[in-house]
Every structure is written in structure tokens, then in C-alpha cells.
Design a protein around this ligand. Sequence first.
Ligand SMILES: Cc1ncc(COP(=O)(O)O)c(C=O)c1O
Length: 375
Amino acid sequence: MNTYQKKLKPNPGIETMVAYQGGKPIEEVKRELGISDIIKLASNENPLGPSPLALQAITKNSKHVNFYPDGNAYYLKADLAKHLGVNEDYLILTNGSNEVLTLVGETYLGPGDEVIYSEGAFVVYEHVAQVSGATSVVVPMQNDTHHLPSIAAAITDKTKVIFIANPNNPTGTMVTATDTAHFMAQVPEDVLVVFDEAYYEYVTRSDYPQTLPYVMEERNFIITRTFSKIYGLAGLRVGYGIAKPSLIATMNPVRQPFNCNLIGQAAARAALQDTDYVEKSRELNAAGKMYLYSEFDRLGLRYIKTEGNFIMVFVNQSGEDFANAMMKEGVIVRQMGSYGYNNAIRVTIGKQEDNERFIEVLTQLIGSNSQLKTN
Ligand SMILES: Cc1ncc(COP(=O)(O)O)c(C=O)c1O
């Protein structure tokens, strides 16, 4: 027997990691609680279901899944290039936009490097830093919004990557075009800025920054976008990055060869063409947002105005307990403790009937809990 014993240890930074906690799937809640009438407003998915054109493409292409997908996503890339007005070599197609974020970590980050993001930012940035062994530099937000001057002030000669979700999940807040321009003027050329624009298509404010010019100016700048949100294809995992060709060419060999699946590519092409569906999704979201704002006002609950398809609302008690109590009533929402908001929940804006059911359960729980408190 070999006497040489070496302890199998994970890479530095991995041991303290916890697995990503997504919104609970409907089926799991059904099994656990034995209730059948459940709505999920927990993962910022499109409540309309997939686009009818995407569904046709899914059915048609299901016959071909014995084949590997096109590893370069030729047709989807061509469609996207046309849609965005960029050359194809500015694009990388991925397994959800999440994969662009992990590719950034795999390609550019290692021990000794610093990664900057905000305190209440999307959790995957922390994950990327931990897996790569890089150091996270976490900057406080102001008014629940990324504070770009503080982020700029946190840059050191070790800073490699800055992650900014715009709009941010879970707060729904955004940085403006003017703030972004000031910020970009302060960021050294060799620092990579990642603008995560998963909710880009929902934004209605006119001072939202159009970031493509930073890519075109040959800055070290990556925009990430997704088919998971307004395009209604979260289950198929299709996202993409937009960056100057030298960055794309550096990251491309790092990804898995067939990272973007065959059905996903076909469905994304169809969804991109379905402008009626996208418009309907945008309108439904805008109407739902107004309805929920007015109901929160009626209930006297503080909430954060959103540019996404979700709203963070303060329930003035443990958000974890509140989300669990809502789940028992068949409404799945997310508690926000992991983002540092212990007294808040985040609700995805659903169809009107879903929003009404959510408000009904919210009203009932707020009422019964405040009665408990006064007793
Ligand atoms: C800000 C943000 N970025 C990225 C993602 C990842 O989305 P996907 O990998 O489905 O494209 C999400 C998902 O919720 C998100 O909220």
C-alpha cells in the first residue's frame, strides 16, 4: 500500500462557500407542503410563459437533440449581431448570462486580484470571486443604489474586475448615464468593467445608460444580457456577452465547447423575432408595477422603485419568516436576508391575477402579524 497520504483539499476560498439558493420550484413546494394551488413570484421569470414563436421552434428542434448543438451558435449570433448593430466577433453565447460572469472569473481572476461590487449586488459576483480565489472588495450602496464614486474610490492597483448590475437585482435600482460616464472616466484602462444588463429590456427611464459605446471605444468593458427574463426562456439557459473582439477571443476558448444548447439557440432566435411578445411582456410588467406600488402605498409599506420585473418591499419583520408564511399560503417569494435586507421580501411582478393573490396574502399576513404584535 502506498504510504504517501495527501489530504484532498479544495482550492482556497471554496470551503467557506454555500450553494446558490434559488427560488423554490413549484413542484418542490407542492411536495413539501401538500398544496396544489401555488404561484411562483420568486425568480424574476416572465409570467406570460414562453413566446408562441419560441414554442414552435422548441417543438420543431426537439427532433434534432441527438446532435450536438452548433458550438459557435452561428445563426443565433448572426441574428443577435443584426439586432444589436455589432459585428459577430463582439459576441459570446453562453449557458445563461450567468456563464459570462463565471467565464470572466475563469479567464481573468486569481489569488491576489481584487474584484469590486456593491454590498446589495447580485450574489453571483461574490461566487465568481470566491471560486477564483480572488479578493472581494464590497462597497456600500447609497439609497439602495450602486454608488459609483465609492466604487471608483475603491480601485487599487490590484483591481482586475468591477461588476455592476444595472438595474440591480434585488433592489431594482439603476445608475444613470451621467453617473456612468463620470465613473468610466475614472476607471483605469486596464480594469475590466462588467455591466450586467439582465433586465435591460424592462427599463423605462430615459437616463438609463446605453453602454454599447464603451465597448465600441475599445474599453475593457463587457455587457451581459439574457434570454431568461423578458424573452421568457429561463429554463433553456441562453445568455450572451458583448465586448471588443480581443476580449471575446480571449474568453471563448475557456467556455465549454457546447455551452449553449440546441433547443435554446433555436428558441432564442424565435423569441428575438417575437417583438409582439416582448412588447406585451413590457406592458404587463409596467401595469403590474403600478398596481403593486399602489397596493403597497395603501398598506403603508416601504418599497424600492424598480426598473426590473421585481420589487423589493419591506414587511417590517423577518423577511425569512414572512416568505415562509407566504409559501404556506401558496405564494413563493424571496426573502432578502442574504442580501443584507433582513426585513424585506422580493416579489416578481406577475400576471394581474397573480399580483392580486400576492396582495391578498400579503394583506392577510401583515394584518395578522400586526395584531400579534399589539397583543
Ligand atoms: C442581475 C442578474 N444577472 C444575471 C442573472 C442570471 O441570469 P441568467 O443566467 O438566467 O441569464 C440574473 C438572474 O436572476 C440576475 O438577476
